[in-house]
Write a protein that binds this ligand. Structure first.
Ligand code: HEC
Ligand code: HEC
Ligand code: HEC
Ligand code: HEC
Length: 126
């Protein structure tokens, strides 16, 4: 019986962590550009949650993907990682460089769907 408060505590921590992960990007307004060395542009506008809701994107893996042997895994996602954890500045091993990863993901979908910005200044707003 002595363990009940401890179990309750872990349960509470679990709930708090879950809520934070679920809502953590509510406040994101731009994509962090700190990994890039010499900034030529302002950070891109991206209201994470609002964008994904407006664009009607359901799956986190649409952007936070995981590949295995060149195949994108359907039921797994990598939202606990930054894009730069896998995509480095140079690219290589069949993986696009970080800038190509961002532009391919963002502009690629906007071009496919004929919706969303594709001009530099529409994302990198001065
Ligand atoms: C759909 C949105 C979008 C469009 C359109 C876009 N970019 Fe980007 N770009 C990004 C994102 C996201 C990043 C990653 C980090 C950041 O800057 O926020 C990025 C990063 C960059 C970077 C590296 C980071 C830096 O600080 O310099 C450069 C350079 C860049 N873009 C130039 C361009 C140019 C030039 C164009 C037009 C030909 C363009 N981008 C169009 C979204 C966009
Ligand atoms: C349209 C693309 C897109 C979709 C869909 C998307 N995200 Fe993101 N998310 C991003 C980008 C871009 C970042 C910034 C990543 C970076 O800076 O490397 C990000 C960052 C995050 C982060 C912070 C991770 C970090 O860099 O530390 C979390 C948490 C997150 N997203 C959760 C989610 C969840 C949960 C979903 C699904 C409900 C989701 N995202 C759907 C694009 C997306
Ligand atoms: C766990 C590692 C990992 C993370 C995290 C990751 N990627 Fe990737 N990504 C890969 C691998 C591996 C490939 C190469 C896939 C192949 O073999 O074609 C790839 C391919 C891509 C491609 C080209 C193919 C496609 O799906 O259009 C784009 C664009 C891309 N990533 C963007 C992103 C963006 C944007 C993020 C962050 C939101 C991100 N990636 C996070 C591993 C990752
Ligand atoms: C899977 C498709 C998809 C991906 C990936 C995607 N977008 Fe979009 N985006 C859309 C659609 C669809 C719209 C238009 C939504 C509307 O009409 O309301 C849009 C609209 C936007 C807008 C206009 C304002 C808004 O929020 O509606 C911005 C800015 C934007 N996207 C930036 C980005 C950036 C930056 C990335 C990459 C980190 C990205 N998008 C990735 C589909 C996508």
């Amino acid at each position: 019986m002595r363990n009940i408060p401890l179990i309750a505590l872990f349960f509470l921590i679990g709930i708090i962590v879950t809520i934070n992960v679920g809502w953590a990007q509510e406040d994101m307004e731009v994509v962090d550009n700190s990994v890039f060395e010499n900034h030529q542009r302002t950070p891109s506008v991206f209201f994470h949650d609002e964008h994904n809701e407006n664009a009607g994107i359901d799956g986190c893996a649409e952007c936070h993907h995981i590949y295995e042997k060149g195949e994108r895994l359907e039921d797994e996602s990598s939202e606990d990682q930054s894009c730069s954890d896998c995509h480095n500045l140079e690219g290589g091993d069949g993986q696009p460089s970080l800038i190509k990863a961002f532009h391919g993901n963002c502009k690629g979908c906007h071009l496919d769907e004929k919706k969303g910005p594709i001009l530099c200044g529409e994302c990198h707003v001065k």
